[in-house]
Structures are given as C-alpha cells and as structure tokens.
Write a protein that binds this ligand. Structure first.
Ligand code: ADP
Length: 316
C-alpha cells in the first residue's frame, strides 16, 4: 500500500547520517494546464522542515513528487547520493510517507495492518516483525487499542497510526502531508509531541497550511504559493526581517473596505466581534496603528501577498 515491495537495504547502502534533500528546478504542469510546481528549488536539512502554503499552493504535488509517486516535467531531487527521480526504489527504501488521503481503512485491527505493512516493507522475519510492530504501537501510544479496528479510530488515532506505518523500517526521510487538519486541540498536541520525538537524525517534511504546526515544530521552513517558493529559511530569520513593520488596529466593521483600500492590510480577524487588522508597512503610528511583534502568521500572510521584506536567499 505504501512503499515498494522491496527487501530492506543493508545498512551499508544507506546514505550517511548528516543528509540533505536537494530539490532543483522542479516544475510540473498537469494535463489540465495547472502549473502546480514552478521551478521549485529547496535544500532541506535534517530535522523538522515545514512546508507552509495555502490550499492549492502545490504542497501535495511537491510531496508526491518527492515520494516518487508522480514524475515532474523537469528538475532533480537528490537525497545525498540517491537520485530520487531515476532510482525510485532506492528512495522508497528509506522513505516513510503519511499521505494526505489515507484512503479507506480496512476492517482489520491496527496490529494486523501494521504487521502486514511491515511484511510489505520487507521485514519477513516473524519475531523481528513482532518486536517492530510492538515498539511502533507503543511509540505512537496505540498499544492499548491495538486490537481495535482502525475504521473505529478517532482522527488523532488514525494520524498516529499513519506515523506508525511511516516509521516501519527506520526511514531516513519522512513526509507527512497536512497531518493535523481536522484534529481537535488535544489530538493535535499529542501528534506534535509524537512528531517532535521522531528525532533530529532524519529529515521530516511537514506539509501544512496551518501556521501553528510550523511554529511549534520546525527549525527550517519554506513558504510556497502558486507553485513557487517565496521564502526558505529559519522561522526566526523571517520573524526578524519583519520586526518594526507589523502594525495592528481594531476598527469598526463599516470602515473595513476603506482601510483595505488605504493600507497594506495582510490579515483581518475578529476580536470580540470587531475587525482587528494587521498591516505590513512603515511608520503607521500616525494613522492610529500600534506596532506589534510579528508572528509567524504575519510572516505567512505578508509573504504570500508579496508584502514581506525583500526576499532572502532561497535556501533553508
Ligand atoms: P496543496 O497540496 O498545496 O493544496 P496541490 O498540490 O494539491 O496543492 O494542488 C496544486 C494545484 O494543482 C491546485 O490548483 C490543484 O487544483 C491542482 N492539481 C492537483 N492535483 C492535480 C491533478 N492530478 N490534476 C490536475 N490538477 C491538479
């Protein structure tokens, strides 16, 4: 179901531990004419990497391409020495993937399905498999419910199961696509804790439209929109670049259209029923705005609207 039916590699064939995923000039236009990836280049180091973008930005297209599930029109992807586009099997051997759509869950228990997936991933030795499955169920806090059918799991439990299956075979690269959408705050926190435990020794790419996911977990990130990389770097650097340029002000609902016309508004939300504007610009105190410390949400909105600081070098 996920990953190739291949034997597990001998450790010697695995890349060195300080790895990098290097994506160069990746482009993809679907047959319907939508350009989902437009010359995407990114260098992704070890640790948690957040790929942040609004719906339709091209995140899933990029994740599926890295996971070797679809081919780009042009460009290259390397995980150290592995040429992912030309040696798909080598990439799949070291990949764990939690797709956005997990598909229909069969009416089998979590333990049985994980066992089956471990066979598919090449763990043919029964006792080794039993140990692996038990360890993964414990790590994802699903051991108590291992006999339950996955179709009866809550959203959070399903996502933790998704991580358990992605971790089979000790992957070096894990891709999780929109994993926290639809989770309640408690489930989301449990999922964050699990992801952050997965460790710094592998590359974890977290694709999301939820700014909090990146703020909580990622030391490096990229913001993409309309298939293009608009920012790549550390969240801290992006916040620093916006310092002194974010202002806020509460206004009356009736004034909203005027303010949107006059000022570089990047976001509008309601605070106790009144619009609270965030704008990105210089010297707005005279207009009644108050300077605020930028948040990652400000970075996100200012960047996708082209109102952030001049672009920084596009490498993470
Ligand atoms: P995201 O994951 O950021 O929401 P996607 O990669 O799913 O973005 O989609 C990027 C764009 O490509 C969207 O406009 C989407 O409608 C389009 N798209 C995605 N998959 C396909 C496909 N298989 N065929 C045609 N268009 C697609």
């Amino acid at each position: 179901m996920f990953g190739a039916k291949t034997a597990r590699p001998a450790p010697a064939t695995r890349p060195s531990l300080r790895m990098e995923l290097t994506i160069k000039n990746l482009s993809k236009t679907y047959p319907n004419g939508v350009k989902a990836l437009d010359n995407v280049s990114l260098t992704i180091p070890q640790g948690m990497f957040g790929l942040l973008g609004p719906n339709g930005a091209g995140k899933s297209s990029l994740m599926r391409t890295i996971a070797t599930l679809q081919a780009p029109d042009s460009g290259s992807i390397h995980l150290d020495a592995i040429d992912a586009l030309h040696d798909k099997l080598a990439l799949r051997r070291v990949l764990g993937y939690l797709p956005q759509e997990f598909g229909v869950y069969p009416k089998v228990s979590a333990e049985e399905l994980l066992d089956h997936m471990a066979v598919v991933k090449g763990i043919v030795n029964r006792s080794e498999r039993r140990e692996t499955v038990k360890a993964l169920l414990e790590q994802t806090n699903l051991y108590e419910v291992r006999k339950r059918s996955i179709s009866q799991f809550s959203g959070g439990m399903k996502q933790r199961f998704g991580i358990a299956q992605a971790l089979i075979g000790q992957p070096l690269l894990i891709i999780v696509d929109e994993p926290t959408a639809g989770l309640d705050p408690g489930e989301r926190n449990r999922f964050y804790n699990l992801l952050s435990e997965i460790g710094e020794n592998i590359i974890v790419i977290l694709s999301t439209h939820i700014v909090d996911d990146v703020r909580e977990l990622c030391r490096h990130m990229a913001i993409i929109n309309e298939g293009r990389v608009l920012y790549a770097g550390q969240p801290q650097a992006a916040l620093h670049a916006l310092r002194g340029r974010i202002w806020e002000r509460t206004i009356d609902k009736a004034e909203l259209a005027d303010y949107q016309r006059q000022y570089p508004v990047i976001s509008t939300k309601l605070l106790a029923g009144q619009p609270l504007l965030h704008v990105c610009g210089e010297g707005l105190a005279a207009a009644g705005f108050q300077a605020v410390e930028p948040s990652l949400e400000d970075v996100f909105f200012a960047t996708i609207q082209g109102k952030a600081a001049p672009a920084r070098p596009l490498h993470a």
